[in-house]
Design a protein around this ligand. Structure first.
Ligand SMILES: CC(C)(COP(=O)(O)OP(=O)(O)OC[C@H]1O[C@@H](n2cnc3c(N)ncnc32)[C@H](O)[C@@H]1OP(=O)(O)O)[C@@H](O)C(=O)NCCC(=O)NCCS
Length: 149
């Protein structure tokens, strides 16, 4: 599969917003994504197969860490390696931006996403009161992994 990664544009947002809930996932609201796209501290990317958007992901740059806001693959393209491609690009971006820590929150029930993160040496660091697991990894540790990719 020839997947290409690009920064998310307003046109990409217009394309995915009508199908976001049905074909990607229902937990992410269109207005939240729209405001993230206009946020100078956020960076969003899309994965395209030819011209079709088959996934997207985003990070938010905090003071001393990068937080993964979302990573979603279109339902009928899952488990074909696109999630890994998106996450590798987020890690590359994080490294390029000069950050040393990347964090994310994942629902305790979401074992598929957790497996993806485990592939990249994310470690569970605490369980929040919201019952979301807050995972983090030190980029210094996974520089070696990036070299292996
Ligand atoms: C989580 C998600 C982004 C993974 O994307 P994907 O393209 O399906 O993932 P990949 O094909 O790159 O697989 C990465 C790893 O995840 C795990 N995985 C993916 N799909 C799986 C499935 N159906 N069953 C079991 N493990 C699975 C595997 O460990 C896989 O690696 P492996 O096949 O080498 O063992 C995707 O399932 C998704 O969009 N889920 C809904 C949104 C979501 O939950 N996002 C995360 C929010 S924290």
């Amino acid at each position: 599969m020839n997947i290409n990664i690009y920064p998310m544009t307003q046109q990409d947002f217009n394309t995915i917003s009508p199908i976001l809930s049905a074909e990607f996932d229902d937990f992410w609201t269109i207005s939240a994504l729209k405001s993230e796209l206009g946020n100078p501290n956020s960076s969003y990317i899309v994965a395209k197969l030819n011209s079709e958007i088959v996934g997207f992901a985003g990070i938010w740059k905090a003071v001393d860490e990068v937080h993964i806001m979302d990573i979603v693959v279109k339902k009928n393209y899952r488990h074909q390696g696109i999630g890994k491609i998106l996450l590798e690009e987020l890690l590359r971006l994080t490294k390029e931006l000069g950050f040393h820590v990347i964090t994310l929150e994942v629902n305790a029930q979401n074992t598929i996403a957790q497996k993806l993160y485990l592939h990249y040496n994310f470690k569970e660091v605490r369980i929040s009161k919201k019952l979301l697991w807050y995972w983090a990894r030190c980029l210094n540790l996974y520089f070696t992994c990036i070299d292996k990719i």
